[in-house]
Design a protein. Sequence first.
Length: 236
Amino acid sequence: MADVLLVHGACHGGWCWRDTIPALQARGHRPRAIDLPGHGADRTPVAEVTLDAYADAVLAASTPDTVVIGHSMGGYAITAAAQKDPSRFGQLIYLCAYVPVPGKSLAEMRRMAPRQPLLPAVRLAGDGRSFTVDPSLAPGIFYQDCPPEALAYALARLCPQAVAPTAAALDSIDRALTVPRHYIRCRQDGTIPYEFQCEMTADWPESQVEDMDCGHSPFFADPDGLARRIDAAIRS
């Protein structure tokens, strides 16, 4: 079975895959999660957190056979890593994630979406280098369909998000496109509108795209269903 690397999104850490790891193990895979620089247990200072540093962290944790899954902002991290060295990956799986457009930063892509559900919850730090998500609004944006225990677990662990990685663009993704890829869209997503996920995957073959009827955090809302879809993507 597959070596699976799980890459989190903005304000999160490897902790968000808590329930998905055993669900993937039950299907015979070897999953592991990392903390990107400045997230979770990684103490990289905000001023040193960049998209390039994210890419290097993903590369350092990968082998040529690794299936890497990027959630939300993690779509930029895994694409940047694959653009640097596509030989380090067996497959890329985007989970309700941004698929970079050359020349566009994540922040610019977010503004391309038809709606901005995350924006009212963003609180920019005084120095402008990071932002947090208002904990009173996070449940409805990130976790509206998650169990109460998972919600409490997540809210206690959300961290500041460095702005720099979200303001960086990739000049090209041509090398990343040589890696087989798959996309899992979330119909009830309260962060990245489902219609924008459809727009980002409009030219993808149908066999490489599927939907989950859940919000932005399927790793808590439906970890077994998520593991089943990841397993199917790996076998496809």
